[in-house]
Design a protein around this ligand. Structure first.
Ligand code: NAP
Ligand code: MG
Length: 482
């Protein structure tokens, strides 16, 4: 099998003509874009070119307070009083507008965050719309969802989200909050706020009552001010375990509800009876597409010893055919790393892995000169105690370990501080059920990877989080169910 890429595809860039980006965005408070009291701005850049796309407003604590007040007023005067049937119509309208503007949103997501257009077009945006559609349906059926439990909204919800699925995370958090009758103040990640600004435009277009959803942009301190605001009734956070722990500490002793979706170090397990070609494609999907910027990425490959050499040979061959580069190109498999800071983190882990003595492999794919890039990376001969096998890297870096028995692989899979997701590749249904019952992971995919649906609850064990999002479990987290 040749190790070189025999396919040369002509460039197929998605057009950006239909995307209108303002040069400056204010904060979205009470249905309008408004100036901050501080006048501080920061640039959102395109990580594939390092060029600025727009200037955003850094909120200060007074702005956060303004946003919370707007949400409180909207809650008590409008949203919590509105019949569920009416709330559902707004949520449904938002879902339809996301669909109508899908191309614009997909291109903007790719420009601002660096992910391949194929991912934002086929995954992020359709799923964002799906979350609004799904929850629109529940808005007037809460009493059926939770019979005899008298579900009531909580009040103002503070939400903080990361940069890896900007619009999807916003949808994932806002849709259930609104369906339940809460109002929202959300802080997007500082490197990827632009699709939230478009979503604000969509809320205006949908004539969502002012103050029902507010966006405060800025750095970590804005998130901290929101989390600690005394009039916020629930916090929903997605991000790193370190910040999640800090939030949990600062909320201890308050009446605020809390859900946390944190990091992961998923085991992707390949048994000797698996369909190997299909498994290899699932491994690639699990860690290399989307640059490994996925909390549930299959970052630890555990492969049965008897098929190790075959799997690694096929995997290297496939890695050589991956196209790294322009995220707007429809052929691109691996886009830009989201920020210079994240690239530095990934590169430092690659150094650590080499020092720990694991064998390193990277195809010599061409990458553009400008921008932040990391070729798909593979470490074989990895020991369970190696830092690269224990810590979340959040980049296109896969570690490989082997196993002989089911008992051994379960032990290895569970031997991390995390427990968000896992994958199992085997021909035997009984083996799948045995594995899923014993693995401490919130999601276990069988003969597939990275599949999501708003109907299905998502969340982690151990340091991967607290509570569930999606499905009825996720909806319950936005309700007082007596
Ligand atoms: P992060 O540093 O924890 O940031 C997440 C969000 O929190 C950002 O909006 C960030 O603002 C904000 N923030 C930072 N410090 C804060 C503080 N002290 N109080 C309140 N908010 C604060 O995480 P990240 O490194 O950007 O994102 C990657 C991490 O998210 C990974 O660990 C990944 O596993 C996890 N993640 C988990 C899931 C899941 O569903 N379980 C999904 C996606 C990502 P800035 O933007 O200014 O930093
Ligand atoms: Mg950006």
């Amino acid at each position: 099998m040749s190790e070189t890429n025999s396919w040369e595809l002509a460039a197929a860039p998605e057009s950006t003509d239909h995307v209108k980006i303002e040069s400056e965005y204010g904060l979205f408070i009470d249905g309008e874009f408004v100036e901050s009291e501080s006048d501080e701005k920061f640039d959102s850049i395109n990580p594939a070119t390092e060029k600025p796309l727009a200037s955003l407003t850094e909120a200060n604590p007074a702005d956060v307070d303004r946003a919370v007040k707007a949400a409180q007023t909207a809650y008590s005067k409008t949203w919590s009083k509105m019949p569920g049937k009416e709330r559902g119509k707004y949520i449904f309208r938002i879902a339809r507008l996301i669909q109508e503007r899908a191309r614009e949103l997909a291109v903007l997501e790719t420009l601002d965050g660096g992910k391949p257009i194929r991912e934002s077009r086929d995954i992020d945006i359709p799923l964002a719309a799906a979350h609004f559609f799904y929850h629109a349906g529940w808005a007037d059926k809460l009493n059926y969802a939770f019979p005899n439990r008298n579900p009531k909204p909580l009040g103002v919800v503070g939400q903080v989200i990361p940069w890896n699925f900007p619009l999807l995370m916003a949808a994932w958090k806002i849709a259930p909050a609104l369906a339940a009758g809460n109002t929202v103040v959300l802080k997007p990640a500082e490197t990827t706020s632009l699709t939230a600004m478009k979503l604000a435009e969509i809320f205006q277009q949908a004539e969502l009552p002012p103050g029902v959803v507010n966006f405060v942009t800025g750095h970590g301190a804005v998130g901290e001010a929101l989390v600690n605001h005394k009039n916020v009734d629930k916090i929903a956070f997605t991000g790193s375990t370190a910040v999640g722990k800090q939030i949990q500490k600062s909320l201890a002793g308050t009446n605020k509800r809390l859900t946390l979706e944190l990091g992961g170090k998923a085991a992707n397990i390949v048994f000797e009876d698996a369909t190997i070609d299909q498994a290899v494609e699932g491994i690639v999907d699990g860690i290399y597409f989307n640059q490994g910027h996925v909390c549930c990425a299959g970052s630890r490959l555990l492969v049965q010893e008897s098929v190790h050499d075959q799997v690694i040979q096929k995997l290297k061959h496939r890695m050589n055919s991956l196209i790294v580069g322009d995220p707007l190109d429809k052929n691109t498999d691996v886009g830009a790393i989201n920020s210079a800071k994240q690239l530095k983190t990934i590169e430092s882990y690659i150094e650590i892995g080499k020092q720990e003595g694991a064998d390193f492999y990277q195809p010599d794919s061409n990458v553009p000169e400008q921008g932040y890039w990391c070729r798909p990376s593979l470490f074989t001969q990895v020991a369970q105690s190696n830092r690269i096998a224990q810590e979340e890297i959040f980049g296109p870096v896969l570690t490989v370990q082997t196993f002989r028995t089911v008992a051994e692989v379960i032990k290895k899979a569970n031997n991390t501080p995390y427990g968000l997701s896992a994958g199992v590749w085997t021909d035997k249904g009984s083996k799948i059920f045995n594995m899923t019952a014993q693995m401490k992971a919130g999601v276990v995919w069988a003969n597939t990877f990275n599949k999501f649906d708003p109907v299905s609850p998502f969340g982690g064990y151990k340091e991967s989080g607290l509570g569930r999002e999606g499905g009825l479990h996720g909806l319950a987290a936005y309700l007082d169910i007596s």
